[in-house]
Write a protein of this length. Structure first.
Length: 255
């Protein structure tokens, strides 16, 4: 029996694709799939060439930081499972698996609240992906539930963003706990704190998300980061794709 050709496509080169694939691998081996992994897709032209080259039986598409990287119409008629695509942009009848953004925010809150700090804050950019909202809301609810002061910094801009972030970090009562929507933002916060001569972790505790080794180990001090359940998410995507192969009428499933 011919192996099914599956493409795993991602718009990101930094999200932990290996963890996602560890979950997919279980179903790959069970069903005898051949899975081809292609990340950092930067244009529709590249995507269309890949689809033409492989002519896959199905796709698992990880939207990561940018839904616009993949046009849903390009996958029309092909069994496709979306990973972390904004529900507002999902095509009708799409199959999708979402990470639990709220649980990430809750884990971060528990980590920081253990220290009984003077203030707590959430930091991200205003144009962040949809999942940032879930992380922020869960973190805010947990902090306020524990009757602790909560603040947030979610502003637009590039050139002046760091300057305004510096003012925000300086204004926090210390010791403060800062939850950043991802490790990239956490690196910015740590850099700002260093310039302000704010000591980490004595005066400022920083928690990121994604557990990207390039950030967590390279930063000084090393970054504490929440690792989402990527393996479980990948397993769920592969399972849903297998269900689609077994039932061509399967539509509109979001998990």
């Amino acid at each position: 029996m011919k192996k099914r050709e599956i493409l795993f496509l991602s718009s990101s080169a930094t999200i932990d694709i290996a963890a996602l694939l560890s979950g997919i691998a279980e179903l790959r081996d069970k069903h005898g799939w051949s899975v081809h992994i292609i990340g950092d897709i930067d244009s529709r032209k590249t995507l269309l060439k890949l689809l033409e080259f492989w002519k896959p039986d199905g796709c698992i598409v990880h939207c990561a930081l940018d839904d616009k990287a993949f046009n849903a119409a390009d996958f029309a008629g092909m069994p496709t499972v979306w990973l972390d695509r904004d529900p507002a942009t999902l095509p009708p009848g799409a199959l999708c698996v979402m990470q639990d953004a709220r649980s990430v925010g809750t884990v971060a809150a528990k980590e920081l609240l253990r220290y009984d700090l003077a203030s707590y804050a959430f930091v991200d950019r205003a144009d962040a992906p949809f999942w940032s909202k879930g992380r922020r809301e869960a973190f805010k609810e947990a902090v306020e539930l524990n009757r602790s002061p909560y603040f947030e910094f979610c502003e637009k801009g590039a050139s002046s963003w760091t300057k305004r972030l510096s003012g925000f970090i300086r204004s926090l009562s210390r010791p403060a706990g800062v939850f950043c929507a991802n490790d990239t933002v956490a690196a910015d916060v740590i850099s700002v704190a260093a310039r302000l001569r704010i000591k980490i972790p004595d005066e400022l505790l920083v928690v990121g998300v994604d557990d990207v080794e390039a950030y967590c180990e390279a930063l000084s001090p090393t970054l504490t980061s929440v690792r989402p359940s990527y393996a479980e998410e990948g397993r769920g995507a592969a399972d849903l794709l297998a269900e689609r192969f077994a039932n061509s009428r399967l539509r509109g499933v979001v998990r």
